[in-house]
Design a binder for this molecule. Structure first.
Ligand SMILES: Nc1nc2c(c(=O)[nH]1)N[C@H]1C(S)=C(S)[C@@H](COP(=O)(O)O)O[C@H]1N2
Ligand SMILES: [Mo]
Length: 317
């Protein structure tokens, strides 16, 4: 059977913003050193556009500088500035993702092929970290469900297990100073969560392919969950029958649960989760200087609350 090819957006559907970014990228490539200096990006970043999605938030977007310089990516170090500083020699292309496990059509897919064939959309999502900060990021990606449907899941598949890359030569955090983490970074979703249209695999942000520090070339974004569920630089997606292990749960099970749904009523044992610091400013509107009250399911309750009907969200945090 021929794989179904999704149409790429017509030029008329590309947002003026994407056109602006594309032009800026071309100008930078033509030798506008000042423009590139103002916008430090991976040298391999290329323009990328997706059809604007109605699932986006209209909240004020976090400046690109903050999105790319305030990161968690322990493979490159534990400080928020480490991923930008230490990921310059990471090589996100070429890259393949293996989708296997309890499926009828396992595949190993080239990321270049995904870029050409998947229905790319721009989704503006708020990311809320368990450390009580948040950002609003214009991601470019496609629904995880679109990829899972291609491999034809078996009825026995109850969870999806994700695995990040292991490349100690390119990732200083994997060269021994972080003995506490048992590499690779792993994450998981329940099958119904993975099939939910809000869960996406992102390959770009702000009109370009993903910067290394944000999880190039492909990472998960699950906007109703804490940021640590958004596993970066994915190499394997396996459908499994049992709840898979997850990195932060293995490190501290009393602090980080499997579900990790954003919930202002369930505090982290060491700090409150009732409000969040808005990175890059702009949160003053909701209360206090750059702070905002955290919303249940990060504001996506209407769409996802039914997934957890009958579950005790204090126990299943
Ligand atoms: N492989 C991998 N993925 C990861 C992490 C990591 O250390 N390694 N950190 C997680 C955490 S704790 C957060 S908050 C988000 C941060 O994503 P960002 O840097 O793009 O904002 O990535 C998540 N994905
Ligand atoms: Mo996080």
């Amino acid at each position: 059977m021929q794989p179904f090819r999704y149409p790429q957006p017509a030029p008329s559907e590309i947002t003026p913003r994407a056109c602006f970014l594309a032009r800026r990228h071309l100008l930078a490539g033509a030798g506008m050193a000042a423009a590139t200096a103002m916008l430090p990006r991976s040298s391999r970043a290329a323009t990328l556009s997706g059809k604007p999605s109605p699932l986006s938030t209209d909240a004020k977007q976090t400046p690109l500088e903050d999105v790319t310089h305030y990161n968690n990516f322990y493979e490159f170090g534990t400080d928020k500035g480490d991923p930008a500083a230490n990921s310059g020699s990471f090589k996100p292309m070429p890259w393949t993702v293996t989708v296997d496990g309890l499926v009828n059509k396992p595949r190993t897919i080239d990321v270049g092929e995904l870029l050409r064939t998947m229905p790319l959309e721009e989704r503006i999502y708020r990311m809320r970290c368990v450390e009580a900060w948040s950002m609003v990021i214009p991601w470019i990606g496609f629904p995880l469900a679109a990829l899972l449907k291609q491999v034809d899941p078996q009825a026995a598949a109850k969870y999806v297990a994700f695995t990040s890359v292991v490349r100690p030569a390119e990732m200083p955090g994997q060269r021994g100073f972080l003995q506490t983490i048992d590499w690779p970074y792993v994450e998981g979703l329940r099958m119904d969560e993975a099939m939910h249209p809000l869960a996406i695999l992102a390959m770009g942000l702000y009109g370009e392919t993903l910067p290394n520090q944000n999880g190039a070339p492909i990472r998960l974004v699950v906007p109703w969950k804490y940021g640590f569920k958004g596993i970066k630089s994915i190499v394997r997606i396996s459908l499994v029958g049992e709840m898979p292990p997850t990195t932060w749960n293995k490190l501290a099970a009393n602090e980080y649960g499997f579900f990790a749904n954003v919930n202002p009523e369930v505090d982290h044992p060491r700090w409150s989760q009732a409000s969040e610091r808005v990175i890059g400013g702009g949160g003053g509107f909701f209360g206090g200087e750059g702070r905002r009250d955290t919303q249940m399911f990060n504001g996506y309750g209407e769409q996802v609350a039914s997934l957890y009907k009958g579950m005790d969200l204090r126990k299943n945090f």
